[in-house]
Ligand binder design. Sequence first.
Ligand SMILES: Cc1cc2nc3c(=O)[nH]c(=O)nc-3n(C[C@H](O)[C@H](O)[C@H](O)COP(=O)(O)OP(=O)(O)OC[C@H]3O[C@@H](n4cnc5c(N)ncnc54)[C@H](O)[C@@H]3O)c2cc1C
Length: 584
Amino acid sequence: HSRALQASRVLLDGREVEKEYDYIVVGGGTAGLTVADRLTENGKATVLVVEYGQLSNSPSITTVQGGFSGMSDTQFLYDIQSVPQSNLLNRTIAVLAGKVVGGSSAVNAMMTVRAAAADYDGWGSFFGEGSHWSWNQLLPYFKRALNFAPPDEAVTKLANITYDTNFWGDTSSVYAGWPSFQYPGTTAQMEAFRGMPGAPFVKDSGSGEPGRSYARTGHHDRAISRWNYHLVTGSKVTRIALNGTTATGVAFVPVILAAGGIHSPQVLQLSGIGPRKLLSSANITTIVDLPGVGQNFQDHPMIQASYTYRRFNFRPSPNDLFLNASFAAWSEEVWASNRTGPNSIATGNAAAWLPFPVVSPRAADLSSALASQNNTLYLPPGTDQTVAAGYRAQMLLHAAALNSNHTAFYNLVLTGGPTNGILVDLHPLSRRTVAIDTADPYNREPRVDYRALSNPLDAAIMADLVRFTRRYHLENPLTTSWAAMEMAPGLETQTDEQFAAYLAETLSPSEFHPAGTCAMMPRELGGVVDQQLRVYGVERLRVVDASVFPTLPGGNTCQPVYAVAEKAADLIRYGASKGVEQPC
Ligand SMILES: Cc1cc2nc3c(=O)[nH]c(=O)nc-3n(C[C@H](O)[C@H](O)[C@H](O)COP(=O)(O)OP(=O)(O)OC[C@H]3O[C@@H](n4cnc5c(N)ncnc54)[C@H](O)[C@@H]3O)c2cc1C
């Protein structure tokens, strides 16, 4: 950085890139833009972000209402289908990931949640005592990551919102808040969990400003005014240049790989870092034999459990947006005039996250079944011993979590209307894979195998998640007056075997939360990066994105990605020895 860069700007062509930078960030997505913003903040370090997608102000990205417009616009998504899923009647599944400046944070459904402390303590536990990865040590970065706008008074009252500002920050340019409108039915659906014994109600929540706030608006738009920040768009990184085992980027530059859960393992494999057998079958010379790259792939399965209420007299309801022209017109009007009203609701602004013992009467039995299971039988044949050892360590953690009230397994998204939402398994046991397509590794998208339901206990756990949802709707004193009808799976589905058959037909193995494919675990447990997110066996190369999560947090993944990226920026700037920086 002895030499001034041309003024900060977006470069439309790789040929405009300078010869030297202090850091190169591969992927201008959620994590990549966060790190690039923080590293250039001091006005000294020079950073180039290389992003395959384009900068866009399309309404698909900026529209809030419903939360689905980004994920429905294929120009901002990679075009990937999974391999046929043998446990899902050979169905193939669309793999959604953002391809645009801002990455998946530009197309996601905007649900903002943090998951339980125990999930993050679990991450550090793989490294033993003294790890600097834990809830307490990530909390300052959660606070730095998002700027929390408290809910307005009317909404707070109507929806019984409670929150604790001690858990939130107010410095980030990425904002999190509640919609300025709530359907009364949402409150009723939330309150009805009081009819389910043991369901905990916690204090903290969030609220505030409408609009999509994401990595591009919160980080790129800040950094673009700096001389030391460059972003090149429309440029796909196929591999990282290595000099021996040192990443050299363009010219001896430290590289931060932030291409996301699907593409970071692909880029490593194309660079000769990954499982030797896979690389040689693609004629790629192995630089570092790292069996964990592309293994340990996790995502949250979505289960269809749908109910329609015959008597749900809460109005207005989300259906009124389609059925009641004057309500729809009013919604448009208040959104246009001051960005309030129903159109400020994305998707799922209320949901339940519950521990497994609350949901399942056989939590203790399933927990011991998992602990005593020969877990590695359910990994792909030929899985490396280190990866298998890591899987065993994770399954022991999950076995304890299954019988604990300190982490959530069950997630039901509430709609506020007479049809009910999405059911999610927060800690799936099956592990998936991402691998370069050996037939044409540089030009084809990677092969994504969800290996759905490969661990048979997943189906049993999911069956209990549906059974609980059934009880919530059909046997709950607080919901009986709604006269719910079970549309799916249908009351004839009762036994574990019937549920397994139903899941084969209908399960969606992805909530678009790909993670774990470059896991932060000890190398002897199949890890790919160490606690400073440095790739084992390679100098000057870190991975910073959802792929480093060793296990999925029990919640949507965007907020944890921001927090991990904030922490990574401090690790890169100050090193681990300086300890955790407190947010200013
Ligand atoms: C449709 C959808 C809905 C979601 N809904 C929610 C939600 O409601 N709430 C929530 O919390 N989370 C949600 N998520 C998940 C969340 O958005 C992601 O977990 C998070 O944004 C991932 O961040 P990341 O940095 O790991 O990857 P990304 O943000 O995906 O960034 C990766 C970037 O790298 C780029 N890239 C990839 N390969 C290359 C290459 N070879 N060369 C150059 N650039 C490359 C990509 O184009 C992309 O911009 C959703 C995700 C999707 C896709």
